[in-house]
Design a binder for this molecule. Structure first.
Ligand code: RP5
Length: 164
């Protein structure tokens, strides 16, 4: 099993269906990751410990997804200088807008790189993490190039189909 380089944390098991999309992308690229449930509000001490211990465990990037008043990514960022990527989740009657604002609106000094709401955000968080890792990893950089080329190829194929 490859060592954990990216931790994917979520506030509740109800976030799993969305957040596992991040792990699936990381798996596809052969980058070791883990899925963890930890809540900024319900398990504050555990969340702080997770963030504080991450770097010494060899983790390089943390992806954090949560819904409602989503302080998870921000609290994690407060306890580590590792890059933290936030994924706002659509869990309440405000459709993720609550989570988007509470994830993105960090005060100066403690950044959270905030993605799209929901599954697209979870996927983008993984790709963004790969882009950071690619700065010092040629294999991942090459795989990202292939990923882009494949995207172009698929759209060209769809264009051919609709043109008939
Ligand atoms: C947030 O509250 C979690 O991230 C989740 O999106 C939301 C609802 O959690 P559950 O009540 O379903 O456990 O903290």
């Amino acid at each position: 099993m490859s060592k954990t380089v990216v931790t994917v944390v979520m506030g509740s098991d109800s976030d799993l269906d969305t957040m596992k999309a991040a792990k699936e992308v990381l798996d596809e690229f052969g980058v070791g990751s883990e899925l963890v449930i930890s809540s900024a509000h319900r398990t504050p001490d555990g969340t702080a410990k997770l963030a504080k211990d991450a770097a010494s465990r060899g983790v390089k990037i943390i992806i954090a997804g949560a819904g409602y008043a989503a302080h998870l990514a921000g609290v994690i960022a407060a306890h580590t200088t590792l890059p933290v990527i936030g994924v706002p989740l659509d869990a309440s009657s405000l459709n993720g807008l609550d989570s988007l604002l509470s994830t993105v609106q960090m005060p100066a000094g403690i950044p959270v790189a905030t993605m799209t709401i929901g599954k697209a955000g979870a996927k983008n968080a993984a790709i963004f993490a790969l882009e950071i890792l690619a700065l010092s990893d040629k294999r991942i950089a090459g795989e990202l190039q292939k990923y882009r080329s494949e995207m172009i190829r698929k759209i060209e194929e769809k264009n051919k189909k609709i043109k008939g």
